[in-house]
Design a protein around this ligand. Structure first.
Ligand code: NAD
Length: 256
């Protein structure tokens, strides 16, 4: 798969899954714009080592105006936005009647509404150039629920629904929209949940095992590298008629 000449934007890609996907697309030759907080230099270095040109934009994905600035930045830096990976996401775990209202609002804004905003802003350019790929990093929680994750599950189900609508609206064009639904991937977002469990019973290894054993029959984490390969496939010509799927890659989680 050769993505030379294509430009990809991966939101929330300074760590975890987004960074893994950005590195894989860069390795295939794409120009990259990464986004997110934290150690930006380290993330830029990781992408640079794998391939082509890369820039960072610090847009807060909860803010529609900053998202508009991000999409404009991609188009002005590289002249196009061909591959849009909606990946930015956060988590908060609490029962619904104790769920902090501001955390609900942030999760809906970052995990769901940002995907609407990037897509509505990127589509006109994709249409003008006659090609595009939109890949939404949803979750198994876009397909099934888990107690304590009201906002996250609602947002990810929303992402899966939005994916289907965008796929239908682009069905007669060389633009596809699909969702990827990972199970547990060992990233900072999940490490936090392991740490919270370990705090309760004091044993990190057991917390890690129990987290997997509850949901993921393989008892192994999905890796950012595996998600990068699936993303690359969805960008390929072979996937031109894969439209509107919610593709779980989850160690058997939702086969149960
Ligand atoms: P992570 O915490 O490692 O990375 C999240 C990224 O998003 C970081 O780059 C962070 O800086 C960025 N980010 C956070 N808030 C932002 C904001 N307001 N604006 C811009 N960037 C922001 O998390 P991850 O596990 O790599 O998760 C990435 C995506 O994958 C999320 O959408 C998550 O829901 C999804 N996902 C993760 C798992 C998992 O097990 N880790 C499973 C299924 C789905």
């Amino acid at each position: 798969m050769n993505l030379a000449g294509k430009t990809a934007l991966v939101t929330g890609s300074t760590s975890g899954i987004g960074l893994g996907i950005a590195c894989r697309l860069a390795m295939a030759g794409a120009n990259l714009v990464i986004n997110g907080f934290g150690d930006v230099e380290q993330a830029l270095g990781a992408v640079r080592r794998t391939g082509g040109q890369v820039r960072h934009h610090p847009a807060d994905m909860s803010d529609p105006e900053e998202i508009a600035a991000l999409v404009a930045f991609v188009e002005s830096e590289f002249g196009a936005l061909d591959i849009l990976i909606n990946n930015a996401g956060i988590q908060h775990v609490a029962p619904v009647d104790e769920f902090p209202v501001e955390r609900w609002d942030s999760i809906i804004a970052i995990n769901l509404s940002s995907t609407f905003h990037t897509t509505r802003l990127a589509l006109p350019g994709m249409r003008k150039r006659g090609w595009g790929r939109i890949i939404n990093i949803a979750s198994v929680h876009g397909l099934v629920g888990s107690a304590g994750k009201a906002a996250y599950v609602a947002a990810k189900h929303g992402v899966v629904g939005l994916t289907k609508v965008i796929a239908l609206e682009t069905a007669r064009e060389a633009i596809t929209c699909n969702a990827i639904c990972p199970g547990w991937v060992l990233t900072p977002l999940v490490q936090q949940q392991i740490d919270d469990r370990a705090q309760a019973d004091g044993d990190r290894l057991r917390a890690r095992h129990d987290l997997l054993a509850e949901k993921q029959p393989s008892l192994e984490f999905v890796t950012p590298e595996q998600l990068g390969e699936l993303t690359l496939y969805l960008c390929s010509d072979a996937a031109a008629q894969v439209r509107g799927v919610a593709w779980n890659i989850d160690g058997g989680w939702i086969a149960q």
